[in-house]
Design a protein around this ligand. Structure first.
Ligand SMILES: [Zn+2]
Length: 226
């Protein structure tokens, strides 16, 4: 065992986050049985788009991997990753997501990855932005550059849980500010969960005036749209 593997083995949990089984060499955070059993989102791209993604910009592709339902393994993993100081969960899920996207050809032609930003104060409190960890994992696996700071969250938002769709959309509008010329580029906006689409749409609307050639959306998981 190389020193780096040994060091990583000492730092990261060596049990599967879902079933608790000891991880084998090459497994990370989740065992391969639990990875294979993760529920995949089967909604069509048209359904993912419908009413969720803004039409005020040239959005060409919307891709997601997992189906997010309340009180599921996926929900527990994402909550633990966000609120229990476990960035390694997003690093591991990001690598798996990157493999999926590459296999499906979703990354073809994309020039840059733009994570949904977090307001600086929230990011400081959490210590990381999970969307950025996912985008970084995709970037490392694919070689597509990550554009940090291409869009900024300009003010803090009230917590979204429980607020209705209109309130979320209103909250997201004008919250993001793009800072960089994207002329001629096909950029992909990356986030952890696609719910109402208000957050991602807010980012897309902020990016549009920077004249990207095309915009795609990549998320780790999506809720069913009701
Ligand atoms: Zn497992």
């Amino acid at each position: 065992m190389r020193f780096l593997d040994l060091a990583a083995g000492l730092m990261l949990p060596r049990q599967c986050e879902i079933c608790g089984r000891d991880l084998l060499q090459g497994e990370e955070t989740l065992c391969m049985h639990c990875v294979a059993a993760l529920p995949v989102c089967h909604e069509s791209e048209a359904d993912l788009r419908a009413s969720r993604i803004t039409r005020h910009a040239p959005v060409v592709r919307v891709a997601t991997w997992l189906s997010y339902t309340h009180d599921s393994d996926v929900a527990r993993l994402i909550r633990r990753g966000k609120y229990n100081g476990r960035p390694d969960i997003f690093v591991a899920l990001g690598r798996l997501l990157a493999g999926r996207l590459a296999a499906d050809g979703v990354l073809d032609g994309i020039d840059a990855l733009i994570p949904v930003p977090m307001h600086w104060f929230r990011r400081m409190r959490r210590g990381y932005n999970q969307a950025e960890l996912l985008a970084l994992a995709i970037s490392r696996a694919s070689g597509i550059p990550l554009l940090r700071g291409a869009v900024r969250a300009s003010r803090s938002r009230r917590h979204q849980a429980g607020s209705n769709r209109d309130a979320r959309a209103e909250n997201a509008r004008g919250r993001f500010r793009a800072t960089r010329d994207l002329r001629g580029m096909h950029v992909a906006v990356v986030d952890d969960i696609l719910t109402t689409g208000a957050t991602v749409s807010g980012v897309i609307e902020a990016l549009a005036p920077q004249s990207p050639r095309a915009i795609s959306v990549i998320t780790l998981a999506a809720t069913r749209y009701a």
